[in-house]
Design a protein around this ligand. Structure first.
Ligand SMILES: [Fe+2]
Length: 269
């Protein structure tokens, strides 16, 4: 069981720094529909539970794949099982104020980022995510504890830089907030990244996969992506049929179906 949200938890909104937030597209040309940027870090995993997570990751280290600068382990079944049986969705939905669910694409449920010891550059550079929401939990950090450059912080553009302790998590609308994870100087850093989408399909889910970008098991992720989008289209079609006397209803869902088709088409490029 994960620890609940503290009552006093601070949240930051896109409107805090951008009065025209709903008109500002991200790199995929998607405008945000939810006025949420991030929350401050809060303790979500107890010390005892943390040991369990670290043990599981240590057992799966041989599955780590190196991307540009960091190592990543995707889809650890034991981790997904713990998260799936937890109160995670309820906790995170409470923070944003809308219902969130773990990503419907299985391989996107969670991944672990590892900064190897003595790595000389940042874990990743400034970027936007290709999923709407991420919950980043710091599991382990070692090395110099200097505040400032290279202290293993999670940095955001416009919403602050966050020094996290192991067991703390931070929720971010990563598709619309530029962010990066700093490296830990002379140390290592392990974080668990959980992806989430809004439960309500009235809200646009900007998740994007690229069919021709061989990052990881290309065929299976593309199949899961298409299945997820087609399930959305089916539900949208049913929503039209359930109220086809309302032109507004038909127009709204037709435009949503168009969004889904466009995003499928874009991932074929
Ligand atoms: Fe990210």
């Amino acid at each position: 069981m994960l620890m609940d949200v503290p009552v006093s938890l601070q949240r930051k909104c896109l409107s805090d720094t951008n009065p025209q937030w709903w008109l500002t597209p991200n790199l995929n040309n998607v405008c945000p529909e939810i006025n949420f940027a991030c929350c401050e870090p809060f303790q979500v995993i107890s010390e005892k539970e943390l040991t369990k997570f670290i043990d599981i990751i240590n057992k799966n280290k041989s599955k780590a794949v190196q991307y540009s600068r960091s190592f990543t382990i995707r889809g650890i079944p034991e981790i997904d099982e713990i998260l799936g049986c937890s109160n995670l969705e309820m906790i995170l939905s409470k923070i944003v104020g809308i219902e969130l669910k773990m990503h419907p694409i299985k391989v996107e449920h969670s991944h672990v980022n590892l900064q190897a010891k003595n790595e000389e550059s940042a874990v990743d550079d400034w970027h936007l995510d290709y999923v709407p929401f991420v919950f980043v939990i710091l599991l382990e950090k070692s090395g110099k504890e200097t505040v400032g450059v290279n202290s293993g912080r999670l940095c955001t553009k416009d919403f602050g830089d966050f020094s996290m302790k192991p067991g703390e998590g931070i929720l971010l609308q990563g598709s619309h907030v530029l962010h990066k994870a700093e490296m830990c100087e002379e140390g290592s850093r392990t974080s668990l990244v959980i992806s989430l989408v809004p439960k309500n399909i009235e809200l646009y889910d900007c998740t994007m996969v690229y069919k021709h970008r061989p990052t990881y098991d290309e065929q299976s992720i593309f199949y899961d992506f298409i299945s997820y989008r087609m399930a959305n289209i089916k539900e949208m079609g049913q929503n039209i049929l359930s109220s086809y006397h309302s032109d507004e209803n038909i127009k709204f869902w037709i435009s949503r179906i168009r969004d889904e088709c466009m995003i499928i088409e874009n991932c074929l490029i």
